[in-house]
Design a binder for this molecule. Structure first.
Ligand code: ATP
Length: 198
């Protein structure tokens, strides 16, 4: 099985995330992509992040229409900071014969050499990277393979979409139009429960 693993904060999940997962399935021939909301992302320890259960419910709404996309509770059920290496070791134990792909945006790839046990992470997965605006993905990939020998990096063939959860949260807080940029089920849940209102 070719298994895509997509870690993130998903606060909230948006169409960029869905597009990335769908196109990764298409261009890498993946059987499934698991969205893995982080309990406490290492790079957001100081920032305010919405409760994990809320992010999981939104992510479940986002993937609901798509059979090959699922949500994993693996990281939110592990207390403390969610390190990718711990998650990957658990997957490798459970699915020893699967080929694992870690989906991430080019912004996150820039920081990859600083991840906890990055060399071990790179040994366990192929990094499947989506372009992000203003980042030269080819150049970043060269730098990463220079510092992490043997890292396998594949580009997900998709247009760079200049949207982020941070931008969407700001729009929601200000009551600005956000519906077209969020998966329908996610927008309905946010509207129904009044999430992200200032
Ligand atoms: P925030 O603005 O809160 O940092 P985000 O939009 O970057 O959030 P995350 O949940 O932190 O979303 O991202 C999960 C993964 O998805 C990261 O690897 C990130 O690079 C990637 N990603 C997020 N938005 C996009 C996008 N528009 N295009 C490609 N990749 C994206």
């Amino acid at each position: 099985m070719r298994r895509g693993l997509f870690g993130g904060t998903f606060d909230p999940p948006h169409v960029g995330h869905l597009m990335m997962a769908a196109l990764a399935i298409e261009c890498l021939g993946l059987d499934v992509v698991e969205f893995i909301p982080a309990s406490l992302p290492p790079h957001k320890v100081d920032g305010a992040v919405s409760p994990a259960e809320q992010r999981v419910r939104m992510t479940e709404c986002a993937v609901a229409p798509f059979g090959q996309l699922i949500v994993s509770r693996r990281e939110i059920e592990r207390p403390g900071i969610s390190y990718t290496i711990d998650t990957l070791r658990a997957y490798k134990t459970e699915f020893p014969t699967d080929q694992l792909f870690w989906l991430l945006g080019a912004d996150m790839l820039q920081d990859f050499p600083n991840w906890r046990q990055a060399v071990d992470v790179a040994n366990l997965v192929t990094l499947a990277v989506a372009p992000r605006p203003r980042i030269d993905l080819a150049e970043v990939a060269v730098q990463v393979t220079r510092s992490i020998k043997g890292a396998r990096i594949i580009e997900i063939d998709m247009p760079a979409l200049d949207i982020s959860s941070t931008w969407l949260r700001a729009r929601l807080e200000q009551g600005l139009l956000a519906a077209p940029l969020l998966p329908a089920g996610v927008f309905e849940l946010i509207a129904r429960e009044g999430l992200y209102r200032a």
